[in-house]
Design a protein around this ligand. Sequence first.
Ligand code: ZN
Length: 671
Amino acid sequence: MSAVMDRVSSLKNTELFRALEDGDLEKLSTKLRERVYPPNTAIVREGASGDAMFIIKNGQVEVKKREQNLGVDLTIATLGMGACFGEMALLTGKPRSATVIAIAATELFVLEKKDFDSLLLEHPSISISINKIVAERIEEMNTQKTMGVVSMQTLRLDPDFITVIPEPIAVKYKMLATSYGNGSLTLAMVNPQDILALDEARKLIKAKFTKSMAIDQVIVTDDDFKQFMEGEYKTITKPLVEEKPEVNLDDFLDSMDHIQSDIMKDVEFDDGQEDDSGITDLAREAEGAPIIRLTNNIIAMALKKGASDIHIEPMERGLRVRYRIDGVLREEMMLPKKVQLPLISRVKIISKLDITERRLPQDGRITIKLGSKSVDFRVSTVPTKFGEKICTRILDKTNTTMGLDKLISHVPVLDLVRDMIKKPYGIIYVTGPTGSGKSTTLYSCLAEINDIGVNISTVEDPVEYDLEGVNQVQVNSDIGLDFARVLRAFLRQDPDIILVGETRDTETAKIAVEAALTGHLVFTTLHANDAPSTFMRLTEMGIEPFLISTSVIGIVAQRLVRRICGKCKESYTPDPMILKYLGLSEDTILHKGKGCDVCSGTGYKGRVGVYEVLMINEELRHLIAEGADTLAIRDAAVRSGMKALKEYCLILLTEGLTTVDEVLRTVAVQN
Ligand SMILES: [Zn+2]
């Protein structure tokens, strides 16, 4: 079980499978084989036939391509955790187009061609991701400067960078960092194939600048290099003997304190109701304790930036901190390796986890009070090759009243949903992948119908928001308190409205239907790609088509896309091909954000929902009872006015709320 969860959590970090739901990831993970490659071993070779693709679980690889004219291997890309390779050969059926070498100890997932093929068929969203990856690869190769032999005399020599590689190492490996520009560090090498040398250079760059840099290799001849080292090198480096001291943790934290926002002053850790000693005085504790300050800074920054998740990930030579903001993961900082253990222990202590247990996954919670506001953090740990990885989900309980009208920007669809939630009994299913905002929609629905005259009960895992006057129950699988059990207990408590956080199993699905048929209004979420396919999913879970058809009120399928930043939004005339592909008229004007200080240069700020709402009618009821296939149900739903996810996206595009990239990233556009 934990092996499967481990794989699922690894797969979640991969761009390619981001659109897949947990259930699909679990299925996929059973098809993967795992392999470990020691450093400096070839994983695939250019020209060999390809019958599998690879996903990097841990480690780092270099993708190399033979340059025929020069007779050397050019490094096309360096890939790390979450990246994939080898898919080209599967797509084209041609021999491998590049050699891939593990440059650190690397753990891989292997996906066979037959499983890859069926994955593409089952999940159109993966085809879109593949297209993106392939397009990016081609672009990388095109922009890759053809490496040629240059003379040391023609290279720009920047004394600040020449000292990055100290003389003994420069001489040993015959390489020299010469300058920095256009986002990469120029590295002159006699032998660009020397992987150990490159590895060494990377280590030194990271030590000096506390982060990785792209490397632009140029080739110099052996004689030229020797001559340079004995002559000009000495004059350049002489006056610069004093090395910058190693980055000191205290200095680092002091510099971070500048960015620390005022909100941290109000932060208190809430130990929970069971502990009467109450709130720890964090401000006092923090005095002179660098790790506590660092932990607080990481949390404070995440809150300030509106992140939904914090990932603290041990890497081979550092500790990476990433934030998920508006659905996208971004690296926030790379910390020195020595911080890893104390920082992770600190997070575990405040989440009430066992700090002595480092081999098994653990789950815990922290509640932080920001003045009157209370924020819950759900913390989980997974042991990885380089240490325990921590993922912290931020549950902002004050976000409840987002409001249906803010989520659903298109009024006819909003009205339809409002009609559905006014029905006295039946089930409303909200579907979509993880992180698609299902809970926000459910809570906004409940907030609209929450009234003193109705009894609302919810069973959730986790309880994400606090709802005034609602009986909320947290699932606790450790003591056997699962969805089904709570649901059965609810039915004895005379509820009017029931929210089931997630329909995960047949038993829960059956009791929910039973509740709906005995006069309750039931809200729940389900993993299904779109509204029409929800019925098939329920049938597969073992619910009789007849019972589905009589209990369901409607389905709300949804996604979230990033909203264009209001400050730097600008219009542009799109490529006619794009418009044609999307099915928009030739004269459509679209928008994008060019990036500014408000949106940290991303061009996006906040998110907006994409909805596909299917409300049941007589025709659909018949089709479902007869067990009609998804296609027939979709046709009938569209005939009765259902707007598909794609159409809803086009509305958001023409209204200037989101971009083409976002639409392609989140919704597969067919036809
Ligand atoms: Zn902006």
